[in-house]
Design a protein around this ligand. Structure first.
Ligand SMILES: *Cc1c(COP(=O)(O)O)cnc(C)c1O
Length: 370
């Protein structure tokens, strides 16, 4: 039997629902610039996240750059290198200097190692909730308060994750979320900022629309174009209906993986805490080559030959990329180790328990040399 199990699959709403949602655009002629769909999407997100201060953008990356610029930060920013290109690029694009702190077994910044990275130039901690797994937000808040630092979370992958019964976006001074097509929740492309200080909204508005202040007809700052359009907002409105069901399906698949993986020596799933509502945007495992018998890279390749596509996120730390290598301070030994040993197994709502069983069956066969 030839299998084909993709690593991920974008969520699309029923076709008719999207068509019905965009129909009014032909009546109003409103395609972008803070139109009725965008306002409706924003209201629904405020309701869903229970966060009133929330703003929408064309994508997550420009939302993150806008967040950093709006805080008027200067100097060094403590961050994790175990992330997508965007986090580090945004820091540099906002004129800031990344300082790469190590991670722990949560795949996130090691809160106990942040202190050692702080200098008199440090202005903020900007770090992801990677794989939808929350950082130690309480420890990070305490350190930030002690040193007068801002905290900006890149929750691009963490929409729907809840901590202490609150959406993860409620933590930090500003949190960015991505609604890109391959994230757990999408508006085709899209981004959101959730923030504590409501006076920031004015700046977000300016940066997002060329810096133009329509009250004074003046260009107040060097803004760009980062507006979400009406077709994106309509997709977001439709997909929001399905987000809880998507997370519930992934939760069952994650339980299925954990049970099946317990029979396999040398592969360790993430240690999920009972009191956190994870979104299961990813399903990372650690491959212990000695115990499993085969390296992470070989397992990835052998699964691929059998039609099962896993991902090596993040095989390259951002501090080791051509653009950033050797330019900034880093102390990332554990991150390097994790980046060589972790593998993301396929997970998405349309995957079935049988698919999960097939993945683990093939893994078992590969381990036995079959
Ligand atoms: C996807 C992603 C981004 C960028 O979001 P876009 O909406 O694609 O611009 C930023 N950070 C992380 C960790 C991501 O996974």
């Amino acid at each position: 039997m030839i299998l084909l199990i993709r690593p991920t699959k974008p969520v699309l709403p029923p076709y008719d629902e999207y068509i019905a949602e965009i129909k009014s655009i032909w009546q109003t002629g409103f395609m972008t610039n803070n139109g009725p769909k965008l306002k409706e999407f924003k209201r629904l997100l405020q309701e869903y996240t229970d966060c009133p201060n929330l703003d929408l953008f064309v994508n997550g990356h420009s939302a993150l750059v806008t967040a950093l610029k709006s805080l008027e930060l200067k100097g060094e920013v403590i961050t994790s290198p175990f992330t997508f290109a965007s986090t580090t690029n945004a820091i540099v694009q906002a004129g800031l200097t990344p300082v790469f702190c190590d991670i722990d077994d949560s795949y996130n910044i090691d809160a106990d190692k942040i202190q050692a990275c702080i200098t008199d130039k440090t202005c903020a901690i900007v770090t992801p909730h990677i794989f939808g797994i929350p950082c130690d937000v309480e420890k990070i808040r305490a350190i930030a308060d002690r040193h007068g630092l801002k905290v900006v979370y890149d929750a691009a992958q963490a929409f729907g994750t809840k901590l202490n019964g609150r959406h993860i976006v409620a933590y930090g001074d500003i949190t960015m979320v991505s609604f890109h097509a391959i994230k757990i929740f999408n508006s085709i492309e899209g981004g959101m900022l959730v923030y504590k200080d409501s006076t920031l909204q004015k700046k977000f508005e300016l940066y997002r629309n060329f810096g133009i202040n329509y009250e004074t007809s003046d260009i107040e700052l060097c803004g760009y174009n980062a507006k979400m359009n009406e077709f994106q907002a309509a997709m977001g409105i439709c997909n929001l209906n399905g987000i809880e069901a998507e997370i519930a399906k992934r939760h069952l698949l994650a339980e299925c993986y954990a049970e099946k993986l317990s029979t396999i020596r040398g592969l360790t799933p993430f240690n999920y805490a009972a009191d956190i509502r994870y979104n299961h945007a990813y399903y990372p495992i650690i491959v212990d080559e000695e115990a499993f018998g085969i390296s992470r890279d070989d397992l990835h390749e052998r699964l691929r030959e059998r039609g099962i596509f896993t991902r090596k996120l993040y095989d390259r730390l951002t501090c080791d990329s051509a653009v950033h290598r050797g330019k900034y301070k880093q102390d990332v030994a554990h991150a390097e180790k994790i980046s060589r040993r972790t593998l993301d197994l396929p997970i998405y709502g349309d995957l079935t328990a049988e698919d999960v069983a097939s993945v683990i069956d093939e893994v078992a066969k590969i381990q036995k040399g079959g």
